[in-house]
Design a protein around this ligand. Structure first.
Ligand SMILES: NC(=O)c1ccc[n+]([C@@H]2O[C@H](COP(=O)([O-])OP(=O)(O)OC[C@H]3O[C@@H](n4cnc5c(N)ncnc54)[C@H](O)[C@@H]3O)[C@@H](O)[C@H]2O)c1
Length: 386
């Protein structure tokens, strides 16, 4: 884009020397050209844009005055997130399912860059529903890629992948080129398969893509995950807390603002046909420490902690017990997590509690002029939200 602008400016200066066009007219021409360039490169489609990470990403894009269309079936988004994001004329919401190919084709027509975040985000769900990750993560990604293949304007994809693609890596922190990649959950397996599909489509069909392998993301708007689970349990029983697994699960946690900065950076870098990037904080925290942070912030005393132990101390079948990502590759592009895992958890607990106290999750106002409802297909409900 910068080289395009320089080209225009140089051309204008050349014209100025040889033509009779006035400087005012040149300035107008520059603005028209810049407007056209902006039109061409700045229309974002955010699948899953009504979810926890997606809604924050949409807010960040809107703050930069970008043009954003959200594609979401609203199956696991909460009302607060949608109304928070729906500001201004640059926003539109398509309520449709990733399994609805026609709606996807329509949505893609208008866009240039896709942030692909829609999908099942509850890893444990795969233990009881073995189809969900295949359909909501892998098949959904395939449908999106097919729509992109048929599009003339939308050829760039930023995919929200996950640390779980590494399975139980023997090297810690784990770099992107670690192998063999052996996921231990259906979620991780389908995310890895999605990455491979994206890479293949990029190489075969003149597209480019990035897979952002996220650590555990936490923040005030979280609707699932360990903090949410603990707060939820403690709000119904202030004297005891059940922890899934043996409590020693030790993982990296990433604050939502850091996550959004990384996603935005990934969208703007031109870094080859397809690249995976690890994104996490540079340390870890264990589950018992997280429980203590939640208990302290709730100002509870004498809470009896009960460990379920699970299989091999895991929270659920497919739970990776240790995770820390080597983020030097994205660090080289200028991104660094501002908060470590403990700070991320502490801020997130505080944020979730403030949100719940404000009790803002009760109005759902949709301006019908800015919502398109296409054909619907089955909607899943996250286990952790039931
Ligand atoms: N939250 C994390 O810690 C984390 C970590 C690594 C990767 N990720 C990935 O990032 C993405 C976003 O995660 P999140 O935490 O915001 O999850 P989320 O569940 O809050 O958001 C997912 C969104 O996708 C929508 N969606 C689900 N299936 C859909 C379908 N078939 N069609 C249309 N919309 C659909 C949901 O309604 C929801 O709004 C997910 O792909 C997740 O796997 C999340």
């Amino acid at each position: 884009m910068q080289s395009g602008i320089s080209f225009i400016i140089i051309t204008i200066f050349k014209w100025y020397n040889v033509s009779s066009v006035s400087i005012e007219e040149h300035i107008i021409i520059i603005f028209i050209y810049l407007g056209q360039i902006r039109e061409k490169v700045k229309k974002f489609l955010v699948t899953g844009g009504a979810g926890f990470i997606g809604s924050s990403l949409v807010d960040a894009l809107l703050k930069k005055n970008e043009n954003v269309t959200v594609f979401d079936n609203l199956s696991s988004s909460n009302q607060y997130m949608i109304s928070n994001s729906m500001k201004g004329p640059n926003y539109s919401l398509i309520k449709a399912d990733m399994l609805d190919e026609i709606s996807l084709l329509e949505a893609i027509k208008e866009c240039n860059i896709v942030f692909h975040l829609a999908g099942n985000s509850d890893i444990s769900l795969g233990t009881s529903d073995t189809k969900i990750d295949y359909q909501q993560n892998l098949l959904a990604t395939y449908n999106l890629l097919e729509a992109m293949r048929n599009s003339t304007s939308c050829k760039r994809i930023i995919f929200a992948s996950t640390s779980t693609v590494y399975g139980e890596a023997k090297k810690m922190p784990t770099p992107e080129d670690y192998s063999p990649l052996m996921p231990i959950s259906l979620y991780g397996g389908c995310k890895l398969a999605s990455e491979i599909l994206i890479s293949t489509y990029c190489h075969m069909f003149n597209m480019s893509g990035v897979a952002v392998r996220l650590a555990n993301v936490v923040g005030p708007n979280a609707t699932h995950g360990v903090i949410y689970d603990f707060i939820h349990k403690l709000s119904s029983d202030t004297e005891s807390l059940e922890i899934l697994g043996d409590g020693t699960q030790t993982k990296s946690y990433l604050y939502i603002d850091d996550c959004i900065n990384a996603l935005m950076l990934a969208a703007t870098q031109s870094i080859g046909t397809f690249q995976p990037f690890n994104v996490g904080s540079n340390d870890t925290i264990n589950t018992i420490d997280i429980a203590n942070i939640v208990i302290n912030q709730l100002e509870l005393e004498n809470v009896k902690v009960r460990l379920t132990y699970g299989v091999e101390g895991r929270g659920w079948l497919g739970d990776v017990k240790q995770m820390l990502l080597d983020c030097s590759k994205i660090n080289e592009l200028g991104w660094r997590a501002k908060r470590n895992s403990r700070e991320a958890i502490t801020f997130a607990v505080h944020g979730i509690l403030s949100r719940l106290q404000r009790n803002t999750v009760n109005t759902f106002e949709i301006d019908n002029n800015r919502i398109s409802i296409y054909g619907s297909s089955p909607v899943h409900k996250s286990k952790q939200q039931e």
